[in-house]
Design a protein around this ligand. Structure first.
Ligand code: AMP
Length: 280
């Protein structure tokens, strides 16, 4: 089992013994699954010392119901960390990370204007702020993020560039179930019937990439085709399906270079997101 440290001072004292060793950080909200394991594996491969953080960050939740229902599985998480060779788990409490009213935030208004950001006000400000805090606390050489959360990855990358944060952001490819569904802790909330429908999300994205491969360049045409795909399932409520520039996350009207195709949908009260890049 890895060492578990909740307090910031204790963590800093422990990490000061690793001076000269490279440190990899994998920030998570726990409920660890095969997607997280891939990040931990990459961190293990590329660093002398691996820190996983487990913290369900209240300031990134736009619905309190979602925060309350977020799965908390610390025992299992520690087992996963152990089998992936994590050296240290940083598991602070909310009071550890937010001991006083927070009056400073990281804002990325342009990058948060579309996709999930348009539907989850304040979400990415909460994410970028906690990630910068974790970077400052752990001071890793490398930090690992999943491509599954493409907007989050783009925002963190740009924050690191714009604010000269001295570390490398390492992206990790999305881990999927056999039927294409991106693995997520939220998949647990799906009923059996919803779980059958869920792969429509990755299918719609893949169809869009196939269309671009065949020469379609009009974003509107790709969007209409996706709408048709989702319309086959009455229970699937499409939130957005957008074709954007992969770095600025601004919607494009035509595919002239690399694009990020990203989508979110609801199945009952569960929200699922996914994305793919073109060219693949
Ligand atoms: P979370 O605990 O949901 O905040 O996720 C922690 C990290 O794991 C984030 O960088 C996610 O992008 C990444 N992640 C979550 N699911 C997957 C997946 N299916 N494949 C790859 N990375 C993932």
């Amino acid at each position: 089992m890895p060492e578990v440290i909740p307090g910031i001072d204790e963590l800093r004292a422990r990490l000061s013994r690793e001076r000269g060793n490279s440190i990899g950080l994998v920030p998570t909200m726990g409920a660890l699954h095969r997607g997280h394991a891939k990040l931990l594996e990459a961190a293990r491969r590329e660093n002398d010392f691996v820190v996983a953080s487990i913290f369900v960050n209240p300031i990134q939740f736009d619905r309190s119901e979602d925060l309350d229902n977020y799965p908390r599985t610390m025992e299992d998480d520690l087992r996963v960390c152990g089998s992936e060779g994590v050296d240290l788990v940083f598991a602070p409490s909310t009071a550890d990370l937010y001991p006083r009213e927070l009056l400073t935030f990281v804002e990325s208004p342009t990058l948060a204007a579309h996709l999930c950001g348009a539907h989850r006000p304040g979400h990415f400000r909460g994410v970028a702020t906690v990630v910068l805090k974790l970077f400052n606390i752990v001071q890793p050489d490398r930090a690992y993020f999943g491509e599954k959360d493409a907007q989050q990855l783009a925002i963190i990358r740009r924050m690191v560039l714009d604010l000269n944060v001295p570390l490398m952001v390492v992206p990790v490819a999305t881990v999927r179930e056999e039927d294409g569904l991106a693995i997520s802790s939220r998949n647990k909330h799906l009923t059996a019937a919803q779980r059958e429908i869920a792969p429509v999300l990755s299918r719609a994205l893949r169809n869009a990439l196939d269309s671009i491969d065949r020469g379609e360049r009009r974003a509107a045409a790709l969007w209409e085709a996706a709408l048709g795909t989702f319309a086959q399932y009455r229970e699937a409520r499409l939130e957005y399906f957008e074709i954007t520039d992969p770095d600025t996350l601004q919607p494009v009207e035509r595919v002239e270079g690399p694009v990020l195709v990203a989508s979110a949908m609801w199945l009952g009260s569960t929200r699922l997101i996914d994305n793919m890049r073109w060219p693949r």
